[in-house]
Ligand binder design. Structure first.
Ligand code: KIV
Length: 263
C-alpha cells in the first residue's frame, strides 16, 4: 500500500489476490477516525455497534438511520485515506428500493460504501445497491440486528445444515457484487473454508485467524467500554482507566484547590 493512497472498494476487493490482509476498525466520531487513519487502518466502519458503545442502547436494533447519518458525517469530516463504510441500520433495507434510498442518505453524509447483514435473502438489495453505483460490504454469520430472534450472540456454522447455508450465503453475497464480506462468530474451520471459496476478502470477527482480515469494535481494542468486552477481543490499551484516573485527579485537584488552569 502506497503511503498516501486513497483506499477504494476495488483496492479491498483485490486484497486477497495480492495476498494482503485487511485490518478494519470502527469509528463513530472525527478524532477517532483521524487517529485510526494516522495509524494506517485501511477500513473504518461506522458500525451500528454505535448503539451499544456510544449511545447506551442494549443492542443495535434501536439505532436509527438519522443517528447513523450524524456519526457518518462526523467520521467523513476526518477526510481519511481509509475507506469509510457505514452500516445500514435495522429495518432500513427491507426492500431493494428502500435499501437504495437509505444508502444514498449515508453516502451523501460521506460513506464510501455501506454494509448490510444477511445472505441469500439480501441478494436483491445488494444488486440494487450495486446498480445504483453504491459499493457494498456483506455481513454473514451471527447477525447482530437479529440478536433478539437468535436469543444471544452465538457461534454459527457448527451443524452441517448451518455450514451449507453459510457457505451458500457467502457465495451469493459475493455473486451479487459485494467487495468484501464480514464473517461474525463463524466457526473457525468453516470461516477458513469460506475464505478459500471466495475471491473477495473475508473480514472476520470472532471467526478465527484464517480470514482475509479482521475487524474489531475500537472500544473493545482500546478498552474504552469496560462493562462488556467479547471474549475474542484482546484489549491493547486501557482507555477507560485513563479517563477514570484523569477525572479522579481533576476532582481531587479542584476539591483541594490545587487546580491551576494554565491561562
Ligand atoms: O456494527 C459493527 O461494529 C459491526 C462490526 C463489528 C462487524 O458490524
Amino acid at each position: 500500500m502506497e503511503p498516501n493512497q486513497k483506499i477504494t472498494p476495488d483496492w479491498i476487493r483485490g486484497a486477497k489476490a495480492r495476498g494482503e490482509k485487511i485490518p478494519a476498525l470502527t469509528a463513530y466520531d472525527y478524532p477517532t477516525a483521524r487517529l485510526l487513519d494516522e495509524a494506517g487502518v485501511p477500513v473504518i466502519l461506522v458500525g451500528d455497534s454505535l448503539g451499544m458503545v456510544v449511545l447506551g442502547y442494549p443492542d443495535t436494533t434501536q439505532v436509527t438511520l438519522a443517528e447513523m447519518r450524524h456519526h457518518v458525517a462526523a467520521v467523513a469530516r476526518a477526510k481519511t485515506r481509509a475507506l469509510v463504510v457505514a452500516d445500514l441500520s435495522y429495518h432500513t433495507y427491507q426492500t431493494a428500493q428502500n435499501a437504495v434510498a437509505n444508502a444514498r442518505i449515508l453516502v451523501e453524509a460521506g460513506a464510501e460504501a455501506v454494509k448490510l447483514e444477511g445472505g441469500i435473502e439480501v441478494v436483491p438489495e445488494i444488486r440494487a445497491l450495486r446498480e445504483a453505483g453504491i459499493a457494498v460490504m456483506g455481513h454473514v454469520g451471527m447477525l447482530p440486528q437479529h440478536v433478539k430472534e437468535e436469543g444471544g450472540y452465538k457461534i454459527k456454522g457448527r451443524s452441517g445444515a448451518e455450514k451449507e447455508r453459510l457457505l451458500a450465503d457467502a457465495l451469493a453475497v459475493e455473486e451479487a457484487g459485494a467487495f468484501a464480506l464480514v464473517m461474525e462468530l463463524v466457526e473457525p474451520e468453516l470461516a477458513r473454508e469460506i475464505t478459500a471459496a471466495l475471491t473477495i476478502p473475508t473480514i472476520g470477527i470472532g471467526s478465527g485467524t484464517h480470514c482475509g482480515g479482521q475487524i474489531l469494535v475500537t472500544h473493545d481494542l482500546v478498552g474504552a467500554f469496560p462493562w462488556f468486552r467479547p471474549k475474542f477481543a484482546v484489549a491493547k490499551a486501557d482507555v477507560a482507566s485513563a479517563i477514570r484516573g484523569a477525572a479522579e485527579g481533576f476532582v481531587r485537584d479542584v476539591k483541594t484547590t490545587e487546580y491551576r488552569p494554565s491561562a
